[in-house]
Design a protein around this ligand. Structure first.
Ligand code: SUG
Length: 416
């Protein structure tokens, strides 16, 4: 068994648009009604995957969902013509943010030694609450080998679960037992807290995690109020390194002490508020980075070009990599179309530590397969979707045909 971390990126779907559906997600609400560029969005995602392949990392994909979701509309007693306010939610391409697909516990941490995946229910936002059935189908296919994987259905409502975006894992190495950190929010603030503690505790129990190596940490209400609708907007972890904003957690000292107690080699790279304010962190998305271990040693941060464009943030990051710390390389990637909906590089991927040979190969990519995906996207994805298209496209047959073409190219028409 050669265990490695694979990043599974959500391919941006042909209905990618800005409908302002997520209160508390400042980028999404401020871009509501703006025209979107689905083809460019998907190609930016593909270029990001090429960047991680170039670093020598393993790369996988998750497929866009069938949209508009007429099954969901039918369950609500309506259809594409009469959906009214539900139309935008039925059409959203939000499944692209694969960090919200599931929470993943590698086999080294679980009771039965298998890698456990719990699909997120995403119940807080209506446009995301109907993602889970198609996510579950894909994960059951990609990780079908039950000797190595256990794929769980979502935690039941009303306990909100947003998946890996609120989960961090620290370990001396990917294949060693680690500390799993579940970050939840308390209700009552300006914006909804999407991750409920009961949901996190349920996931931990279902995965058979060792309670002594599992932490439940409250996200700081201040961070949520400033627009950190998921923990991965203010913190990211990889192996023994935690990279976080000073104001990410409600009880920062308590959390750091508990982490060091369980993993003495943990290294906390904290960005002080005096150097980068919460507002700057959220505007630049510097923490919504993929912190990855390079095959030759050292770690890289794959982060959005918005972080590079932000003077104070970039200056801090340049000083960081010039020092002697674990993070050695900065890799800016352009995912502007996703960023305009509040989704940075880390939102677009789901990390799974496993042996690639145990995954359905149709969900793994190399350069040649990315070329094929890019061809389909270039031919079938709409160049622009304006607010007027939401009413004129009817059942949006072009979007279904575009997705079907991609599934056929990947031998995944079974998902149609
Ligand atoms: O759930 N945006 C997504 C962004 C998710 C980012 N994911 C992570 N942080 N891991 C959300 O808020 C906006 C859709 C719209 O408004 O059209 C949206 O769903």
């Amino acid at each position: 068994m050669s265990l490695t971390e694979i990043n599974f990126d959500g391919i941006v779907g042909p209905t990618h648009n800005y409908a302002g559906l997520s209160p508390g997600n400042l980028a999404a609400t401020s871009n509501a009604g703006a025209p979107s560029w689905p083809r460019a969005a998907a190609l930016q995602g593909i270029a990001k995957m090429r960047a991680t392949l170039a670093l020598g990392l393993a790369q996988g994909i998750l497929l866009p969902h069938d949209r508009p979701d007429t099954y969901w509309l039918a369950a609500l007693g309506t259809d594409a013509v009469q959906a009214g306010g539900l139309w935008a939610a039925a059409t959203s391409a939000s499944a692209m943010w694969a960090a919200n697909a599931a929470t993943v516990s590698p086999g080294a941490d679980t009771g039965d030694g298998r890698c456990h995946l719990s699909v997120a229910n995403l119940v807080t936002m209506p446009h995301r609450a109907h993602e889970w059935p198609q996510t579950l189908t894909q994960l059951q296919l990609a990780f079908a080998d039950t000797r190595h994987f256990a794929v769980h259905a979502p935690v039941p409502a009303p306990f909100g679960d947003e998946g890996a975006a609120n989960h961090m894992r620290l370990a001396s190495a990917h294949d060693k037992a680690g500390v799993e950190v579940f970050v939840y929010g308390e209700q009552g603030g300006r914006f909804p807290a999407r991750q409920h503690r009961i949901a996190s505790e349920s996931v931990a129990r279902r995965h058979g995690l060792d309670p002594a190596a599992t932490l439940f940490v409250e996200q700081s209400p201040q961070a949520i109020a400033a627009g950190a609708f998921h923990n991965d907007v203010v913190a990211v972890a990889n192996e023994r390194v935690l990279f976080a904003h000073e104001q990410a957690f409600a009880d920062r000292d308590g959390f750091y002490a508990a982490l060091r107690d369980r993993l003495p080699e943990a290294e906390i790279v904290e960005v002080p508020a005096a150097a980068v304010s919460l507002e700057d962190a959220i505007a630049s998305y510097l923490f919504n980075a993929q912190l990855v271990t390079l095959p030759g040693g050292g770690m890289a941060l794959v982060l959005p070009t918005e972080a590079q464009a932000h003077r104070r943030v970039w200056r801090w990051l340049e000083a960081l990599v010039a020092g002697n710390g674990p993070i050695r390389t900065l890799v800016p990637v352009d995912v502007r179309e996703s960023m305009a909906n509040g989704g940075g590089p880390a939102c677009l991927r789901l990390r799974v530590v496993c042996d690639p040979a145990t995954v359905d190969p149709r969900f793994l990519v190399d350069e040649a397969k990315l070329d094929r995906i890019a061809e389909v996207v270039t031919e079938h994805w709409p160049e622009r979707v304006g607010p007027e298209d939401h009413v004129t496209l009817g059942d949006w047959p072009a979007a279904r045909a575009a997705r079907a073409a991609l599934l056929a190219a990947l031998d995944l028409s079974v998902l149609t």
